[in-house]
Design a protein around this ligand. Structure first.
Ligand code: PLP
Length: 362
């Protein structure tokens, strides 16, 4: 089968180097070799997330930790901040966990703003909120720093933040933000194969989790903390993923975090410019566009151009690239192009060349 390179917003293209690291010889998860591996990636993850807390490794997709956070931390009522498919789903998941939940729903394409969250928290009904930094379905990046400042006003509310498609591509300073949980899956901006998630917890969140009676075992945050303190995970992890993560983190620091963040800004600007050049508008409210993907408006909102998205996708795929045809209720009315992971100006140029050719025929 010919290789079709992934420019969908996750999973994204995985490099040969990462696959080679993934396939290193297996080691036992209670061995010194494993502890050494975890002890090596731990300070790198802490540096990446600007935190002194331990970073946990969960063998699951991001949803495992998202659901786990609800099970560990919601005792009264959770406020689910919703602006797209993933954040909307978190409300459903909260209810499926048997939790009392309320939606703060904004229109798809808009960000969640601090003012809206503040009005909800002021009611005193909530002990937890969930918030998605980069809503991958709409390409909207909500202002995390702005919302996180509310933590000072509501210190007893636990702030759970999904940074699944932004972590490692933009600076996320966990300790400085003062939030309680920050999580991500590795198949998005980290460009690892799917199957591993990382997360970090505030001491207050851990103390609260310790009082939750029905947090289960596999996603018990207290178990993660106890084990991470010994450079271990509660159960047998996907060791291949952690070896791949180690290799990837070395690449991040060889490039330099600031350079990595700047590279994502530049490669993202390339897809935005491409869309505008072809007469499209972008789906997100101006000023809140994601830096890791571009969600192009294709008739979901008034203005701009609209094309046959499946045809565009096919024309691009025939040239070796996969782009996304829109997610959930905006499928076909938007399409998405990712610049996550290892993409450079040179590799994005190749994609843009293919997109240009496709636009001449669509
Ligand atoms: C992809 C994604 C998820 C879900 O991740 P899984 O790995 O499928 O569990 C959650 N939140 C956001 C913002 C995502 O982009």
């Amino acid at each position: 089968m010919p290789h079709v390179k992934l420019h969908i917003p996750g999973p994204v293209e995985v490099s040969e180097k990462t696959f080679q690291a993934f396939c290193r010889p297996m080691i036992g998860h209670r061995s010194q070799a494993f502890k050494d591996l975890y002890a090596k990636v731990q300070p790198q993850l802490q540096q990446l997330l600007f935190t002194k807390q331990l970073v946990y490794l969960s063998t699951s997709s991001a949803w495992g930790v998202m659901e786990g956070a609800v099970r560990n931390l919601v005792s009264k009522k959770v406020l689910n901040c919703m602006c797209g498919a993933f954040s909307d789903k978190w409300f459903d998941v909260s209810k499926r966990c048997g939790k009392d939940a309320e939606a703060l729903q904004v229109e798809w394409g808009s960000p969640v703003r601090a003012e809206q969250v503040d009005a909800k928290l002021a009611t005193g009904r909530f002990d937890v909120l969930t918030f998605i930094h980069n809503e991958t379905s709409t390409g909207v990046m909500s202002p995390l720093a702005e919302v996180a400042t509310l933590k000072k006003k509501y210190p007893d509310v636990t702030f759970i933040v999904d940074a699944v498609s932004s972590m490692s591509a933009v600076p996320l300073k966990f300790d400085e933000l003062g939030i309680d949980v920050l999580l991500a899956g590795m198949q998005k901006a980290f460009a690892l194969p799917p199957g591993l998630a990382v997360f970090v917890c505030s001491p207050a969140a851990l103390a609260k989790a310790a009082t939750a009676g029905d947090r289960g075992y596999y996603f018990d945050f207290v178990e993660f903390q106890k084990n991470a303190a010994q450079n271990m995970t509660p159960s047998t992890p996907s060791i291949g993923h952690i070896q791949a993560l180690s290799s990837k983190l070395d690449e991040f620091f060889a490039e330099g975090l600031e350079n990595r963040f700047a590279r994502h800004r530049r490669t993202n600007q390339m897809t935005r410019d491409w869309a505008v050049r072809h007469g499209f508008t972008l789906f997100p409210e101006p000023g809140f566009e994601s830096l890791t993907l571009t969600c192009v408006n294709n008739g979901a909102k008034p203005g701009g151009r609209a094309v046959d998205v499946p045809k565009l996708q096919k024309l691009v795929k025939d040239q070796g690239f996969l782009i996304d045809g829109g997610y959930g209720k905006i499928k076909g009315k938007t399409f998405r192009v990712s610049n996550m992971g290892d993409e450079t100006e040179a590799t994005m140029d190749q994609l843009i060349g293919a997109l240009d050719k496709a636009m001449a025929q669509v």
